[in-house]
Design a protein around this ligand. Structure first.
Ligand code: HEM
Length: 135
């Protein structure tokens, strides 16, 4: 698959990932959380793959840096996620779970912001669209 498609796929998967835990369908909560966990692993793999692929191109270094920092953020995310998951499944009453959930949430927002910016900028760079449409 071409890189720009993979980058846009990340945007929509991250979006779906947030939606999965935001919607509240009675009786389906557990399935949604498991779906969220599975999709989380797909996102981790894709973020690292995208980072590897973009590194091989002549794309501007700024894009490479954002793709790399996104891969790092996405790797941190399951650490918070697994703690939240274990706390939910086994009612562990993990101390500061609210703070951990907050970090999971703001990391998610950082991820979706970063993936959207890289996808658009990379696509524009590949298509040589950085000139004004008025000229
Ligand atoms: C393997 C990785 C991940 C695991 C195990 C995981 C697990 C969880 C769990 C168990 C919850 C709590 C659900 C609930 O209380 O109903 C949660 C919430 C959430 N997750 Fe994840 N997650 C992972 C990756 C991600 C990623 C990659 C994103 C976004 C890009 C994300 C975004 C969120 C958001 C926005 C919430 C809602 C937080 C809140 O309640 O305020 N998660 N996650």
């Amino acid at each position: 698959m071409s890189i720009w498609k993979q980058l846009y796929a990340m945007v929509w998967l991250a979006f779906l990932q947030i939606v999965l835990v935001t919607v509240d369908v009675p009786g389906f909560k557990q399935h949604l959380v498991y779906g969220h966990t599975t999709l989380g692993l797909v996102i981790v793999a894709l973020a690292h793959y995208n980072n590897m692929q973009i590194k091989k191109t002549n794309a501007p270094n700024r894009l490479k840096r954002i793709a790399k920092s996104t891969a790092i953020l996405v790797t941190i995310q399951p650490i918070f996620g697994v703690i939240i998951l274990l706390d939910l499944m086994f009612r562990l009453n993990v101390p500061l779970i609210g703070v951990i959930t907050f970090f999971h949430l703001i990391t998610a927002l950082a991820i979706i912001t970063q993936v959207a910016s890289v996808a658009t900028a990379y696509d524009m760079w590949e298509e040589k669209e950085y000139t004004s449409s008025k000229t």
